[in-house]
Design a protein around this ligand. Sequence first.
Ligand code: 5GP
Length: 192
Amino acid sequence: MSRGLLIILSGPSGVGKGTIRKYFENNRKLNLAYSTSMTTREPRNGEIDGKDYFFTTREKFQEAVRNGELLEYAEFVGNFYGTPLSEVERLRDEGKNVLLEIEVQGAKQVQKKCPEAISIFIIPPSMDELEKRIRGRKSEPEEVIQERLAKAASEMKMVPDYKYIVCNDDPKLAAELIETIILRNIELEKNK
Ligand code: 5GP
């Protein structure tokens, strides 16, 4: 059995990475496993510990960094986010294609450590639309929204570092395009 692919799904906060990911939940063809991240952010309404994130303290997060337990990590709008390395390795060794839904600083670290990773950047149809989506979550104070918007503008500059760019005008279409990208890469890997 061959080792699974590593797929990076990145793009600015609010672009719809999480919504797109949900389209893959029951997709057997892709043989995907989602890597659950660790974060120091407070859970939003409805978020489940161990499913959406492993919610943790700054102390525990820093301990994981010191112990080399994270494949990558980044500070994003005052909170830390990181990918547990052992889980990614275990799933890939089992032949699963592992999907990382991460922001751009972390994606850069993964691209460096794992040059075989398939990198996909999701762009919004416009920056106005992105603002609407970030505001639509209604879960954060205005200052955090402003920070996320400012960050999004700089995140968009990372587009050239990615192999595939997908516009999320319609999440179903974006998910279908990403499915095509992943299926083609599975095929290419098989023929290696
Ligand atoms: P949110 O607070 O909206 O859930 O996430 C903020 C940003 O952090 C999003 O762009 C999300 O994709 C990203 N993110 C989630 N998990 C990770 C992770 O493990 N590592 C990195 N670098 N970014 C992450």
